[in-house]
Write a protein that binds this ligand. Structure first.
Ligand SMILES: [Zn+2]
Length: 565
């Protein structure tokens, strides 16, 4: 996932620094606004540098320790607040007015440090009935850190990411069930015994009340695509229906679902030891024209007990013009990787999709920021989905899994995200719904998973607690991912084995705007038409039925070749 709390910025490969110096789009129209905007950029950098220090990655940055950064942040922020208040709004250009509005909003979200996704709250507070909604959410996130980072399995401790990974790889059915059951303490912390006032059910009621006032992530996603919110549900169901038809009729146990779909992960796992993750990732992006090392990207990929329980990407500093030359964005990636494997590698490539997204932004400071959540998550999967293409595997692993097995592995994970999206959408609509019953209904109908309403086995994603509604950005985001992959393949050619033009071309056509363009306009201009679920449906149709004839496979294969060879 990207980090949701932040502001963001830009890169260095697209234009020469000379041509940048002359680009008026990178500067405010009014000199007064320009001065405030550069102060804003300093505050914004100090904010993300403090978060980088508090994540445990660094103890000092650019020669300053935490105290020095905190002091600089406090002073400049106070000055910025004053100047934003005193700036006259009359007589400014439309773009300057928008930039001011964005800075005022974003500044409110600055936290001035604190470890992301690793709150000071305590998991035990989730059981208290008198906890207010924001604190309840923080307590539930703490459960993912306290309990999810040390699940008991076979006499030792493993973290949540490793446990999910083991569900793909463990061939013994009894051991798989034991791994699944290692999550029970986490599920109980999140959803108690599924009673009507369980921690999650109290939390989702609070989230729905908030969404009724300010809109939900699902409303935002609908807006980003230019459709009405009820249409989101229709598209999600259409995708799940396509999977239901493509994935055969056999029912599987929930602890067997990932294993059954994960044969490609098992075939390739031995070729992806943990220490190979980063070299493979870097080589792929170099082939795409993005040198992550040269960009100065910082990596913190080792597990630590108190560390955020999920992978995320964030700005360290935001790109900006300095004396007429573009000083690039520096990003950092945090993840708790104990093991290698294809599932983990896919996630690392996803995180670095966020890195190249934000390093490619070239705009004035107010807009050097994350695009919408939907776009950011969808774009990160554009390069990441290639890891499940045999051509990619051949080049970067020296071995490949059969195409059908790879597609099944990839899209089974995507379909879980779609299922969570539908789950949250329906919980928001009717927050007194029994979540275990709803999850059972969705997963048994569309994913052919045996009903186990006695387990809250949906509760394995931190986002469900931290950012209710956020899963739509993955599940519904897959629609945009498939659209972008198809369009890039048609315009540039296939990129599963690299294309040195890829990064520069996408920077120019899609990424350089940062937060300035709304996703609806951005996608409409990029595709030359509105977004539709068709490209994702075609991807799902690449899956042949479980017991197919050779000729039906060939027909399907040929029919999609021009789209995603
Ligand atoms: Zn992401």
């Amino acid at each position: 996932m990207k980090n949701l709390l932040s502001l963001g910025l830009a890169c260095g490969l697209l234009l020469s620094s000379k041509s940048i110096g002359a680009d008026p789009a990178l500067m405010a129209d009014s000199n007064k606004v320009a001065a405030v905007e550069y102060l804003y950029a300093d505050v914004s950098d100090a904010n993300t540098i403090l978060a980088a220090i508090d994540s445990g990655l660094l103890s000092n940055y650019q020669g300053k320790d935490r105290r020095a950064w905190e002091q600089l942040y406090g002073e400049k922020r106070a000055k910025l607040t004053k100047e934003l208040e005193s700036l006259p709004s009359a007589g400014l250009s439309g773009r300057d007015t928008r930039a001011l509005a964005v800075m005022r909003t974003q500044m409110k979200a600055f936290s001035g440090g604190g470890a992301l996704f690793s709150p000071a709250a305590k998991c035990q507070d989730a059981a208290r009935k008198d906890v207010a909604y924001p604190n309840l959410k923080a307590a539930l996130v703490a459960c993912f850190v306290e309990i999810g980072n040390s699940l008991s399995f076979e006499g030792s401790k493993i973290n949540r990411v490793s446990a999910l990974d083991l569900l793909h790889e463990t061939s013994d059915a009894g051991r798989r069930k034991a791994i699944f059951l290692a999550f029970v303490p986490l599920w109980q912390a999140i959803n108690g015994n599924n009673e009507p006032d369980s921690p999650y059910r109290r939390m989702i009621a609070g989230a729905a009340a908030e969404a009724a006032k300010n809109g939900s992530a699902i409303d935002n996603a609908a807006h980003d695509v230019g459709i009405d919110p009820p249409e989101v549900e229709r598209w999600l169901v259409q995708i799940l229906d396509a999977w239901r038809e493509a994935s055969g009729d056999d029912m599987v146990e929930p602890w067997d679902f990932r294993f059954q779909a994960g044969e490609a992960d098992r075939l390739l796992g031995t070729y992806i030891p943990r220490e190979s993750l980063q070299p493979i990732n870097e080589r792929y992006y170099r082939d795409l024209g993005a040198d992550l090392e040269q960009m100065g990207t910082l990596y913190d990929l080792a597990p630590r007990p108190e560390k955020a329980a999920l992978a995320y990407t964030e700005f360290v500093t935001h790109g900006r013009l300095v004396n007429g030359a573009w000083r690039p964005t520096v990003a950092r990636v945090s993840a708790p990787y104990e093991r290698g494997g294809l599932f983990v590698l896919n996630e690392l490539v996803h995180e670095n999709g966020h890195v190249v997204n934000i390093t490619a932004i070239r705009n004035r400071p107010a807009f050097v920021d994350w695009p919408s959540d939907l776009f950011a998550e969808a774009f990160a999967d554009v390069p990441a989905w290639s890891t499940y293409e045999p051509a990619w595997q051949r080049r970067y692993l020296g071995h490949e899994a059969p195409q059908q097995l790879s597609l099944r592995a990839l899209y089974s994970v995507v379909m879980l995200d779609v299922a969570w999206s539908l789950f949250e959408l329906r919980m928001f609509r009717a927050p007194t719904t029994d979540p275990n019953a709803l999850w059972t209904e969705i997963t048994s109908r569309y994913l052919h998973i045996q009903p186990h309403p006695e387990f809250s086995w949906w509760a394995v994603r931190v986002q469900l607690a931290d950012l209710p509604g956020y899963m739509v950005n993955y599940g519904f985001g897959a629609i945009l991912t498939a659209e972008m992959r198809e369009h890039i393949s048609q315009a540039l050619g296939p990129f599963d084995t690299g294309d040195a033009r890829w990064y520069g071309w996408l920077s120019e056509h899609l990424l350089r705007y940062g937060s300035e363009r709304d996703t609806h306009t951005l996608m409409q201009n990029f595709l030359g038409r509105p977004v539709s679920p068709q490209a994702l449906l075609e991807q799902i149709h690449r899956l042949k039925p479980v017991a197919p004839t050779a000729s039906s496979f060939n027909d399907r294969h040929r029919s999609v070749e021009p789209i995603d060879p």
